[in-house]
Design a protein. Sequence first.
Length: 249
Amino acid sequence: MSITSYPQLMGIGGGVGYYPYFLQVSRGLVDGHKRVFKFGYNGVIQNVEETIWDVGGLYAYPSSAVTMTATSSAGASDENVEVTIQGVDTNYNELSETVTLNASGTATTTGSFLRVYRAFVSSSSASSGNISITNSSTTYAYISIADQQTLMALWTVPAGYTAYLFQIDTTAFTIQNNKVATIRMLTREVNGVLRTQNKFDLFAGSYHQDITCPQPIPEKTDIEFRAIADSSNADLRVSSAFDIIYIEN
């Protein structure tokens, strides 16, 4: 679908009914065009590469679509808390499901997820425990009490869409002296391998990149940000965020 089909929505003028394209996409007013903002955080990065997410270690992707079980560490105290899980199904179509924790503080989805890239508490009351989103013994998402939301710098382009990456932001901080973080952006197309698409170093600072000509990323591609420190006692706190418009093919 061509973006030029919507010229009246692309203006940058200030007149009534004439707004920037990105605003109109965020408002859901451009058919076939969507926006996603993904962000992740890893509070302890040492000299072993990890995904920038709140569980730590490298993220493990399901090899096939599976149901997901949400389990609260508070057990029965979180009965009736609602949790929304978002990702894609076995055909890479977008999938979102809300489950309600039972008297044991657990709930299992009816849908099967090939990828999970976001989860959050969606009820009117917050959870009193941390919530793990798992299948078997593998954790695919984690909601902390403090955030009530996952912090995962990864995403998968749904079927039938091409993603356009137009902004990256990353920070790295530590109280230790002279420690450097190396950040990688990786992508993996269907039946492919994770390949480095961007790589940069941070020395107790931040990195911002506006991509003037947005990077196209094909359907069904995994996107992931990882970090590694230059020493075993770096104690780096790393966050990463990226902004994407994805357009129906």
